[in-house]
Design a binder for this molecule. Sequence first.
Ligand code: NAP
Length: 282
Amino acid sequence: MQILDGKAVSLAVKTAVRDEIAKEGIAPCLAVILVGNDPASRVYVNNKKKACAFCGIRSLEFTLPENTAQEELLGLIDDLNRDETVNGILCQLPVPKQISEKEVIARINPKKDVDCFHNENVGRLWTGSFRLKPCTPAGVMALLDHYGIDPDGKHCVVIGRSNIVGKPMAALMLERNATVTVCHSRTRNLKEICLQADIIVSAVGKARFLTADMVPEGAVVLDVGISRLPDGTLCGDADFDKVKEKAAWLTPVPGGCGPMTIAVLMQNTLTAYRIQTGAVGK
Ligand code: NAP
């Protein structure tokens, strides 16, 4: 088994973004909004800010209390939409229950939607006319590309159908000519379907859900899931020590798909800058 090293590849992607920014002498800016005190969200936001600093992207953080009213958050998004010095806007999800995730996503100017969650960008994704990329799925594709694994004609089984991971993952795989099966909690015969896969992308969020008996010999396994075990360590969907005996390629958790997500976010911020400055088509 060979490791798909997300840490190393993400560094290469971020370095390329940093070099482009430095060469052009530009200063893209990403605004990150965090509502509430979720510790995992705090870690993600800190990692995103660190990546911005590395790439030469200016980052602005807006931290709002847990009880923030939806209108207040939407007002902040309106301000950031109007601010021409802000190129990307990201509201860390999940948001507290009094706030509608859908309304938040819909309010962000699609040209600044560096998460690629806005309906306009989702539409562009499915019609193949996208510039901003869904971060986690595009990170998976970048990993495959780095290691020369071409999905063309392969059977890709995606486990999970969320708007953030599973569905956009299926769109990107289709775009690259994979034959795609999307599975979810109502799927029957998940194991049998997985055993027909060349590539498995697991985005369930249950520790050690993907067991070795679900993985065909020689498959490529991309583990997007992140769960925290009782001892505080992070764990993916795959039962790593056993799956590694079957898979030809496997991502570790941490150090696999997670860092790639942030690397694509950096690329998207640069792309958003270019969309707004007219360097790429609006
Ligand atoms: P989500 O919205 O909870 O979606 C989980 C999906 O798993 C759902 O589609 C669900 O099916 C499916 N599922 C649950 N139990 C299942 C079962 N027994 N068999 C088959 N499918 C099952 O989660 P998400 O936002 O997509 O995230 C998934 C995981 O990826 C989480 O651990 C999250 O932390 C992680 N994640 C990582 C990154 C990264 O940067 N690496 C980014 C985003 C998310 P139903 O739709 O039928 O309920």
